[in-house]
Design a protein around this ligand. Structure first.
Ligand code: NAD
Ligand code: UDP
Length: 322
C-alpha cells in the first residue's frame, strides 16, 4: 500500500538523470533539482567525483545512485524527463592524467546520454565549457566566436571532446529533433570542489590556509572570471527550462588576473603565504571572460554573488574540511 502510494507520488514528479552527479557541479545541481521537486537519478563512475557529495541523500526516496561509466550503454528502467550530462574530468590536472577517459566521456559518453534522452523523449543539456574557445583571440568571448584550440596540445583531449560533444548534440537536434541545450560553463568555484583537484581556487585556498607558498603558473597576468556555484546552477536550470537551442555562456563576467586572485585569497584567509612563480602551463589561455548578453536576454539570468562573498563561503568550506 505504502509502495503503491509512493509510486503514484513519484510518477507525478519530473524525473532527471544527472551524469557526473557525484562531482562538484553535478551534486550541487542534484540538490537544486530535489528542492524543485524532481526525482533524481545520478550516474557516476566516481573517477573524479566523491560519494560524500551525495551521501546526505541516502534514504531519500526521490534519489537513486547508479555507479556506472556512461561511455557504456545506459539502461534506465523508468521514464525520464530531463538528461543533464555533466560527466567528465574537468580540472586540467585531472584531464592531463586521464586524457583517454576524457575523450571517451566527451564523445562516447555524450552519445550514450543523447541516446537515453532520445529513447525517453527527454530534454537534454550538455555541460560544455569556455575551453571550446581555447586561448581566445576575441575578448570577451561571445557564443558566435569559433575559438582558437590546439587539437594536439595537452589540453586538446578536453577541448576537442567538448567541441565534439557540442557537435553531436546539435546533430541529435537536427537529425532527431531532440530538444537540446548547450551550456558553455566558465570557471566555477564553491563548496564541494575537491581540495586536491589542482584548479586554481582549491589550490590557492588550501595553500593559504596552511600558510604554504602559493604557486602562480606563468607571470600571473593571465585572467579568469570566477562564478559562484549557486549562480551557475541557477543559470543551468534556467537554460534547461528555456527554449534556447544555441550554446549559452554561463559564467561571471567579473575578470581578475591570477596574480590579483592569489593576493585576494591571501587577504581573505589572513594568511602568511608567499607568492612564488612557476613556469606557465602549455596552451594556458591568456584571458577568459564571458560575454553573457545571450544569457541575460534569453534566460533573464545573471550572477548575483560577488567574488569576495563567494570566496568567503568557499574558504569556510575548505577550512572545515582541511
Ligand atoms: P568533477 O570532476 O567534480 O565532476 C565530474 C563528475 O563526472 C565526477 O563525479 C566523475 O566521477 C564523473 N565522471 C567522469 N567520467 C565519467 C564517466 N565516464 N562515467 C560516469 N561518470 C563520470 O567536475 P565538475 O567541476 O563538477 O564538472 C562537471 C562538468 O561541468 C564537466 O562536464 C565539466 O567539463 C563541466 N565544466 C565545469 C567547469 C567548472 O568550472 N567547474 C567549467 C566548465 C565546464
Ligand atoms: N594556476 C596557477 N596555480 C595553480 C593552479 C592554477 O597559477 O596552482 C593558474 C593556471 O595556470 C591558469 C589559472 O590559474 O592560468 C586557472 O587554472 P585552473 O586550473 O583553475 O583552470 P583553467 O581555467 O585553466 O581551466
Amino acid at each position: 500500500m505504502n509502495n503503491k502510494k509512493s509510486n503514484n507520488r513519484q510518477k507525478s514528479k519530473p524525473v532527471s538523470v544527472v551524469s557526473g552527479g557525484a562531482g562538484f557541479l553535478g551534486s550541487n545541481l542534484v540538490d537544486l533539482l530535489l528542492n524543485k521537486g524532481h526525482r533524481v537519478i545520478v550516474l557516476d563512475n566516481l573517477i573524479t567525483g566523491n560519494i560524500n557529495n551525495i551521501a546526505h541523500l541516502a534514504g531519500n526516496e526521490d534519489f537513486r545512485f547508479i555507479k556506472q561509466d556512461v561511455t557504456e550503454y545506459i539502461f534506465i528502467d523508468e521514464p525520464v524527463d530531463y538528461v543533464w550530462h555533466f560527466a567528465s574530468p574537468a580540472s586540467p590536472v585531472d584531464y592531463l592524467e586521464l586524457p583517454i577517459q576524457t575523450l571517451k566521456v566527451g564523445s562516447l559518453g555524450t552519445h550514450k546520454a543523447l541516446g537515453l534522452a532520445r529513447k525517453k523523449g527527454a530534454l537534454f543539456l550538455l555541460a560544455s565549457t569556455s575551453e571550446v574557445y581555447g586561448d581566445p583571440l576575441v575578448h570577451p568571448q561571445r557564443e558566435d566566436y569559433w575559438g582558437n584550440v590546439n587539437p594536439i596540445g595537452l589540453r586538446g583531449c578536453y577541448d576537442e571532446a567538448k567541441r565534439f560533444g557540442e557537435a553531436i548534440t546539435m546533430a541529435y537536434h537536427r537529425q532527431h529533433n531532440l530538444k537540446t541545450r548547450i551550456a558553455r560553463i566558465f570557471n566555477t568555484y564553491g563548496p564541494r570542489m575537491r581540495m586536491n583537484d589542482g584548479r586554481v581556487v582549491p589550490s590557492f585556498i588550501t595553500r593559504a590556509l596552511k600558510n604554504k607558498p602559493i604557486a602562480v603558473q606563468g607571470d600571473g597576468n593571465q585572467t579568469r572570471s570566477f562564478c559562484y556555484v549557486s549562480d551557475l546552477i541557477d543559470g543551468i536550470y534556467k537554460l534547461m527550462m528555456s527554449e534556447e537551442l544555441l550554446p549559452v555562456n554561463i559564467g561571471n563576467p567579473q575578470e581578475i588576473t591570477i596574480l590579483e586572485f592569489a593576493k585576494k585569497v591571501i587577504q581573505l584567509t589572513g594568511s602568511h603565504s608567499k607568492i612564488v612563480f612557476k613556469p606557465p602551463l602549455p596552451d594556458d589561455p591568456r584571458q577568459r571572460r564571458p560575454d553573457i548578453s545571450r544569457a541575460r536576454k534569453r534566460l533573464g539570468w545573471e550572477p548575483q554573488v560577488p567574488l569576495e562573498e563567494g570566496l568567503l563561503k568557499t574558504i569556510e568550506f575548505f577550512r572545515k574540511n582541511l
